[in-house]
Design a protein around this ligand. Structure first.
Ligand code: EPU
Length: 417
């Protein structure tokens, strides 16, 4: 197992380029199941979750060829309709193959994902939506078995805003008979990116990125080419890296609009942010001010930036209250941040962070993807040396983060444990 060794205290400077978005790429890869033929996806990040998605598609009978950041997926030979527990348990997003398989072949069998470190994360709303589209669904032996002659359009109102649920039903409805309306749909930019891919495939979708999505089912879809949007969470993580080290960096290939809520909070904390086209300059202040955040569905403050922002607040001048409203157990980074000397008290879904003058380098353990990022950020700001172990979580979602940070002047290396 690899770990990262970080010698803190370097102010980051220079240029860094954001990779393609993990959370957009995953459903886009899955969407290729809807149309037989060769699809070409570019700006794909090199990540463990992408490899897992490729394994899932190959298990179903697709042929996948990668060359750099371009991946060709040929779904003509798909002849297996089952996603096994072995793959779904390593990456929950694999469950999204259920809808597209059902839409194209009329049947699918997919393992239930089970809980994960940050919460129970049920898929009841995915299944309720597929049932509303006319699927017959049975749960047996830990698997979802679904059947349908042809899915039929329906009006679906989500109880809670769900990114995966919205993506799943948008894909399933693309070739359903008639019109589907998704109400209280999630509005994350990754949903609009998936809709852009589906539209290139011939789908008729209006309103993706708003809370009402109208999908007029078409008879069939064709293969398409698509470039994945930039990763807004990776971009946000670099913004915090500049802020926490008092650095001055330029971030290339990022969509600042996708990070409005984070940008406002960073500005409140004293960070200077300017931009020209897709290049954003981020300059950390001498003193970071404490600000409160509440995670919310997009366009609110993203839960995927909560851990990184908390790392920033540990060295703020003053206190901040951070409320996590999306996942019930997404504070696992707190006990590791305490090892750096942070002052954090958790009560229910709120953490009160009192800024300390300096963090003190320590050995810590990553518990999930974004928690790993927060520990790296703390390590960059801490004195002395920190070791972050169990970084396989990090490799699921950040492309070469230690190389990118080293390129900005951080003293960070990956070693085998
Ligand atoms: N929920 C339900 N029932 C459902 C679906 C969701 O109760 O059927 C609940 C969840 O338990 C959660 C809330 O709704 O409390 C929101 O979950 P959502 O479905 O929006 O999350 P997701 O689709 O499983 C995606 C990202 C996550 C990100 C969340 C929220 C991907 C592959 N994953 O998950 O990304 O945190 O949206 O924005 O897109 C990450 O990248 O680190 C990550 C965890």
């Amino acid at each position: 197992m690899d770990k990262l060794i970080i010698k803190g205290g370097k102010k980051l400077a220079g240029d860094v380029t954001v990779s393609g978005s993990k959370n957009a790429a995953l459903p886009i890869f899955v969407s290729t199941l809807l149309a037989p033929g060769q699809h070409e996806i570019s700006n794909v990040p090199f990540l463990r979750d992408i490899n897992t998605t490729i394994k899932v598609l190959e298990q179903l009978g697709a042929r996948v060829d990668g060359n750099g950041n371009v991946v060709k997926i040929d779904t003509s030979g798909v002849n297996n309709f089952e996603a096994t527990y072995e793959l779904v348990k390593t990456m929950r997003a694999s469950v999204l193959v259920l809808g597209p398989l059902l839409a194209r072949f009329g049947k699918a069998r997919v393992s239930l994902p089970g809980g994960c470190a940050i919460g129970a994360r049920p898929i009841n709303l995915h299944l309720k939506g597929l049932a509303a589209l006319g699927a017959e669904i049975n749960l047996t032996h830990g698997y979802v078995e679904a059947k349908a002659k042809r899915l039929k359009g329906a009006r679906i109102n989500f109880d809670v805003s769900t990114v995966g649920g919205t993506e799943h039903l948008m894909m399933a409805a693309a070739t359903a008979k008639g019109e589907t309306i998704l109400e209280n749909a999630a509005r994350e930019p990754e949903i609009a990116d998936l809709a852009a891919m589906l539209t290139k495939m011939g789908a008729d979708i209006e309103g993706a990125g708003t809370d009402t999505i109208r999908i007029r089912g078409v008879e069939a879809l064709q293969p398409a080419s698509h470039a994945v949007m930039p990763d807004r969470i990776e971009a946000g993580t670099f913004m915090v890296a500049a802020a926490i080290t008092g650095g001055d960096i330029r971030i290339h290939n990022m969509c600042l609009d996708h990070l409005d809520a984070v940008v406002f909070k960073l500005q409140d904390a004293g960070v200077e942010i300017t931009h020209k086209d897709k290049v954003v300059r981020v300059k950390g202040p001498r003193k970071i001010a404490g600000v409160n955040i509440k995670t919310r569905p997009y366009p609110g403050f993203p839960t995927d930036m909560q851990a990184q922002f908390m790392a920033l607040m540990t060295v703020a001048d003053g206190a901040s209250v951070i409320s996590e409203n999306i996942f019930e157990n997404r504070f696992m980074h707190v006990s590791e941040l305490l090892r750096f000397g942070a002052d954090i008290v958790v009560e229910g879904n709120s953490a009160t962070v009192k800024g300390v003058k300096k963090l003190s380098g320590a050995p810590v353990m990553a518990t999930d993807l974004r928690a790993s990022a927060s520990l790296i950020l703390a390590g960059l700001a801490a004195d002395n040396t920190s070791e972050v172990s169990r970084i396989y979580h990090l490799d699921r979602g950040y492309e070469a983060i230690e190389k990118k940070l080293a390129g900005l002047g951080a003293d960070i290396v990956r070693v085998k444990e």
